[in-house]
Write a new protein. Structure first.
Length: 462
């Protein structure tokens, strides 16, 4: 009970930072800990207050347990700037020693705050970020656990000592407890929500594109699964990390809901003054043999529709980098990104960060990319609002982290699902252009659903 009370005391929920507020952090290096074991060690007291992140090349893993502070807003405008300014304000009062690693905030933004509807996403605001009370970071072969405490109490030493005791308990549980991460979900039903509307939206969008209203529009749809029992957050994360080795893995717990997935698409990374992004658009299935796989890849590289779709993304991201960076480097032709179920056209982008630009500046400028919105962006968003008929919530939106020294990484939250107790909502979409075929686009969404479907309970008939 003590641990639960402590995080409730610290959960100031966007309170105005007073002159007496202080931000303390302390880091200890520990022996090897399974990140999912640390995530699950927090289940008893902090079940609704956890997050998980692992980058695509597995060089960095972050786990957050408990909430030291929440940064959130329900703004339609300036939502990125609002989080950025609040985070900078907190960082300005940070007290740490040289040995302590920089604390992080982790969270995400909604896809389109001007298109929110009453839905499974109603509990998620326009922006939602948390500073964890207990932060696990695995990087460069080192495992570190930090305590973060934000307080306006003059006498904070006793509270901080209790946090140390709780940190030690979590580490001990994670190291010695034997957790069972096996996936035993029994799917009772699957509902293709709005299938007819999806097909109609693709056809209508194609017609609008042919009439010159837009060049490309991304249309998505959703599946709703119901299960015999409540779906375990840690089991879902364990399954998706095993299924999709080459992807970013993420999980954001808010209340009884977990938004999780394995996305191949980085939006922006900032590391030591360098900015990195990736243009991922245009796709085709994997082959059943190495020869067929190579032939399909060559077909994708030579396909006019997919190359045009990819170039839209390259052009947009290039413009942002040329505005916010110097020494921008972009290859002239794409290469293939091959993941388990699908292969994409891929072009990396790199630049040197300009002064006064932070990661939220990039997130705002890059979201939504043409790969998840369309071209031109504003026109495509209006068509999506008119035709798609659903609230995407955090699907296809930025999710990620940044730390107190300006490093961070955001991915685009595709190949994802929202779990709420014994229900799950899965999302997938594709880029619509002038020669798109509604039935073929529909079939392609099944390829994109497949990773999360497997993670939630194996194969489904049909």
């Amino acid at each position: 009970m003590m641990g639960h009370r402590m995080t409730d005391i610290r959960e100031m929920q966007n309170a105005i930072i007073s002159p007496s507020t202080r931000f303390f952090t302390e880091t200890v290096e520990v022996g090897r800990i399974s990140p999912l074991s640390f995530f699950e060690a927090g289940a008893s007291l902090y079940r609704d207050k956890r997050f998980y992140w692992q980058n695509a090349d597995k060089t960095l893993t972050l786990v957050g347990v408990g909430h030291a502070y929440i940064l959130a807003n329900s703004k339609t405008d300036d939502r990125f700037k609002d989080i950025s300014e609040k985070w900078k304000q907190l960082c300005s009062i940070l007290i740490k020693e040289e040995k302590d690693i920089a604390p992080v905030i982790f969270g995400g933004f909604s896809y389109d705050e001007k298109n929110r509807k009453e839905s499974e996403w109603s509990g998620f605001p326009s922006a939602y970020f948390v500073i964890p009370s207990f932060q696990l970071k695995i990087e460069d072969g080192r495992t570190m656990v930090s305590i973060n405490m934000i307080t306006d109490q003059k006498e904070a030493a006793a509270d901080f000592e209790r946090l140390r005791e709780e940190r030690d308990r979590l580490i001990h549980v994670a190291q010695v407890e034997e957790f069972d991460f096996s996936n035993q979900n029994n799917i009772l039903s699957m509902n293709e929500r709005g299938k007819a509307q999806y097909l109609s939206a693709v056809e209508n969008s194609t017609e609008l594109i042919r009439r010159g209203k837009a060049d490309k529009v991304v249309i998505a749809r959703a599946l709703e699964l119901s299960f015999e029992d409540e779906v375990s957050s840690v089991n879902a994360l364990h399954a998706i990390t095993n299924e999709q080795q080459e992807s970013y893995h993420f999980g954001l717990q808010k209340g009884k809901s977990l938004f999780f997935g394995a996305t191949p698409e980085r939006l922006i990374e900032i590391s030591n003054g360098k900015a990195y992004s990736a243009c991922v658009a245009g796709s085709i299935r994997r082959g059943k043999s190495a020869m067929e796989d190579r032939q399909l890849g060559e077909e994708l590289l030579g396909d006019r529709k997919n190359r045009e779709e990819h170039q839209h993304v390259v052009d947009m991201i290039s413009n942002v980098f040329n505005s916010y960076c110097s020494e921008v480097h972009i290859p002239k032709t794409p290469r293939l990104m091959k993941i388990r179920d699908i292969q994409h056209l891929f072009t990396p982008v790199e630049g040197t960060l300009a002064e006064e630009i932070d990661i939220f500046s990039f997130v705002e400028a890059l979201h939504p990319t043409p790969a998840l919105g369309g071209v031109p962006t504003n026109v495509a968003l209006e068509i999506i609002r008119q035709e798609e008929g659903m609230d995407r919530g955090y699907y296809a939106a930025p999710i990620g982290w940044t730390d107190a020294v300006g490093n961070g990484e955001f991915a685009v939250a595709i190949r994802s699902a929202l779990i709420n107790e014994n229900r799950a909502y899965l999302y997938a979409g594709g880029g619509i252009v002038a020669d798109s075929d509604a039935e073929l686009e529909y079939e392609e969404t099944w390829v994109k659903f497949r990773p999360v479907l497997r993670a939630l309970g194996g194969k489904l008939n049909g």
